[in-house]
Design a protein around this ligand. Structure first.
Ligand SMILES: [Mg+2]
Length: 219
């Protein structure tokens, strides 16, 4: 069966989570949330900024400024333009896949264009970038993955999602799709995070992107 491979962007195609979360932690500290980088990543990686603001209020009791979303977008874009790198082996992996691909990210399209463009891999996915801003509910709801599949003309049972975050894996399972957990980003540690991603619903975990074609072909 030819599978549609739906890639998450941050932490899967581009190594953006560490610099972005260092910035987010500093911003939260300056607004009264006492939080370090590890807890920031554990709490917020994989979520939209709107959801992050909701969690800041619910979990930490801090109401972030009204301009939180545009301000963090602007600051993050500055940092990522300087610091983002591609995950090793993405071009080779995509080239080795037997079927179509797309990207489905909690970030907005402009952020995907920035990170994928800066790292020289945007041409692999041009015209097939889907954002949580296009649907009602972000991850862990299934909306974004279902929307991406529909846009690509695929049914959920012929889709496999590649994700680095528990919320993304939960979203993939809720969408009725197969799911692979990826631990190759610099914010992930394969031995530390493997079980967490399995618990979130991953069928398999892998840490080297060039292994993806053989994993997908075996599904
Ligand atoms: Mg991610």
């Amino acid at each position: 069966m030819t599978m549609l491979v739906i890639f998450d962007c941050d932490g899967v195609l581009v190594d953006s989570e560490r610099p972005a979360n260092r910035l987010l932690a500093r911003y939260l500290n300056s607004h009264g949330v006492d939080i370090g980088i590890d807890e920031t990543e554990a709490t917020f990686v994989g979520l939209s900024l709107t959801t992050c603001a909701e969690i800041a209020l619910k979990k930490y009791g801090v109401r972030l400024p009204d301009d939180f979303v545009p301000e963090i977008r602007r600051l993050t874009a500055e940092v990522l333009a300087r610091e983002v790198t591609a995950i090793d082996g993405v071009r080779q992996a995509v080239g080795g896949l037997p079927g179509p691909t797309c990207v489905a990210s909690s970030g907005e399209v402009a952020k995907m264009q920035l990170t994928l463009g800066t790292t020289g891999i945007l041409d692999l996915f041009e015209g097939r970038l889907y954002s949580a801003t296009m649907v009602k509910r972000g991850k862990p709801a299934p909306d974004l993955f279902l929307f991406a599949a529909e846009q690509c003309g695929a049914s959920p049972e012929t889709c496999v999602v590649v994700e680095d975050s528990p919320f993304g894996l939960q979203a993939a399972r809720a969408a009725g799709m197969q799911a692979l957990g990826f631990t190759g980003g610099s914010h992930r540690n394969h031995d530390r995070d493997r079980q967490m991603l399995l618990d979130a619903g991953a069928d398999q975990i892998f840490q080297d992107m060039i292994d993806l074609p053989s994993i997908v072909k075996a599904m």
